[in-house]
Design a binder for this molecule. Structure first.
Ligand SMILES: [Zn+2]
Length: 168
């Protein structure tokens, strides 16, 4: 748990804002999934929506280094996440709301809410499953250039016919 623990319901209703710059070392679950990068900037802003539901808006930006799954070399990855989490009293209400609105992401009220957990979850969800350089050096060479082409049997036949005609 980080030292940033707060009551997320109070935070949202009071419209508070929290922003921090973190090192990857502050986010061990993320650090184990990437080669390097950082710092990670995040902003969390509370509010209440038109349905009187408290929410947390989360924004995260960072330059990370992922391992290209084709050449296994580092590749830069620009992380830019923005998400809204609507707060609910319990999991049941949260599930109901999520079933009604597929776009909705939610959390339950917590007196001891750790924003770094949420930041880590969101980053992990945003990382590409199988990152590959846009122009990877190890771009697969077209098969035709690598595998010696078998001579086309019809071409061989035509060639043979030609030879026979010429009496070779
Ligand atoms: Zn690559």
């Amino acid at each position: 748990m980080s030292d940033l623990i707060f009551d997320n319901g109070e935070f949202a209703r009071a419209g508070k804002t929290l922003s921090r710059e973190l090192a990857l070392a502050d986010l061990p679950r993320v650090a184990s999934e990437v080669l390097g990068g950082g710092p990670v900037q995040f902003v969390l802003a509370g509010g209440v929506d038109r349905l009187e539901r408290p929410y947390l808006d989360l924004g995260i930006t960072a330059m990370l280094e992922l391992k290209c799954q084709r050449c296994l070399k580092p590749m830069p990855f620009e992380l830019d996440v923005a998400a809204r989490f609507t707060l609910f009293r319990d999991e049941e209400r949260l599930d109901e709301a999520e079933a009604e609105d597929e776009e909705l992401e939610g959390l339950v009220f917590e007196h001891e809410f750790d924003p770094l957990n949420l930041v880590e979850d969101e980053i992990l969800l945003s990382l590409p499953f199988s990152p590959v350089h846009e122009a990877c050096e190890a771009e697969a060479t077209p098969v035709a250039d690598v595998v010696p082409q078998k001579p086309n049997p019809f071409a061989v036949l035509a060639d043979l016919k030609g030879k026979l005609k010429r009496g070779e």
